[in-house]
Design a protein around this ligand. Sequence first.
Ligand code: SAH
Length: 393
Amino acid sequence: MSYKTIRLRKGKEESLERFHPWVFSGAIETLPEDIEEGDVVRVESHSGNLLGTGHYQIGSIAVRMLAADDTVIDSDFYTTRLSHAWELRRSLGLTGNGSAFRLVHGEGDFLPGLVVDIYGDTAVMQAHSPGMHFARNTIAEALTSLDNGRVKNVYYKSETTLPFKASLDPVNQYIIGGFTTDVAIENGLKFRVDWLRGQKTGFFVDQRDNRSLLERFSPGRNVLNMFCYTGGFSVYAMRGAAKRVVSVDSSEKAISLTNANIELNFPGDNRHSAVAEDAFKYLTAMKPGEFDLIVLDPPAFAKHRSAIRNALRGYQRLNAKAIEKIAPGGILFTFSCSQAISKEQFRLAVFSACAQTGRKVRILHQLTQPADHPVNIYHPEGEYLKGLILYIE
Ligand code: SAH
């Protein structure tokens, strides 16, 4: 197989030699005339040394590297990468029947541009690059070959993740199989996952470990789960013997998903209630001392670098409201999933919020994403989830 070749400008091979998986457009000296978006390309240094193979696309990230040599990118390639990803999750104890976990975390699984979440026997697949979009059928086939055919259905959901280009025209649909069940298991708890209409792939598997930690803090506490979405934290708090759990989200849809998940695990349990309300409004109106365990897990405030300043102000404002109102001896779980914001910046925003209230605050845990969202050490950009557990006197 001979792929088209992209030659880099002088000195621009350094980051690839350090295994960073992206080539920026400014590093490219020559593009082959007949190159098309999504093509598999060879990348060469200025002096003609092979640096690796990747997917080409138009934009600031021009090539996402798939291999550091001249590996052929075919069905065997995807099957091998996916089996390695599966093996890692199996070794983490995540692949039990019916379970929910992330199988492919882009660069963290050496498959830049691809995300795959597993919910029971369904894989929900998202392409973030044209190359992965064109490879979707091959990838879907490879997914069904894993672990003796554990995955029966592959739902492709890339309408919002691909760069908008008329030529791509992605349609959200089952590539293989169809609907079987939408219930997936996480740490023995059941969750309805709505990949057809829900956000992202339908569920935030990245909070699994943090939800477990919340369960341990829950006994006897009055819990407020702000930005609850599918109610993940609420269900764990219920199992953790919380006295009362209130779930809040501005979306009515999220509130009904939360209620359904509580009902699925704790039918008729009246410790839980859910409210469709804006976070700032709810926190402003709430009585001081009403809750002694609060979760703040907002959507990404900064989707781009340009939004960082405003986002930091937003995190500060949100956290200050919760810290001001939480009962003495309260525990705050606070998160940021904005990739553009570093953990130092987030911590500084939370620090400013604490200082604003004047309360005595200590950090009990520093949180991040779980092991099925691995970070390629040569690609620190893959680390995005940050959290703190605070003890507030
Ligand atoms: N904690 C959730 C994930 C949260 S996703 C989990 O563990 O799965 C972010 C949620 O914030 C979405 O459900 C969205 O509807 C909600 N949201 C966005 N803006 C909001 C606002 N201003 N007030 C309350 N909820 C908001």
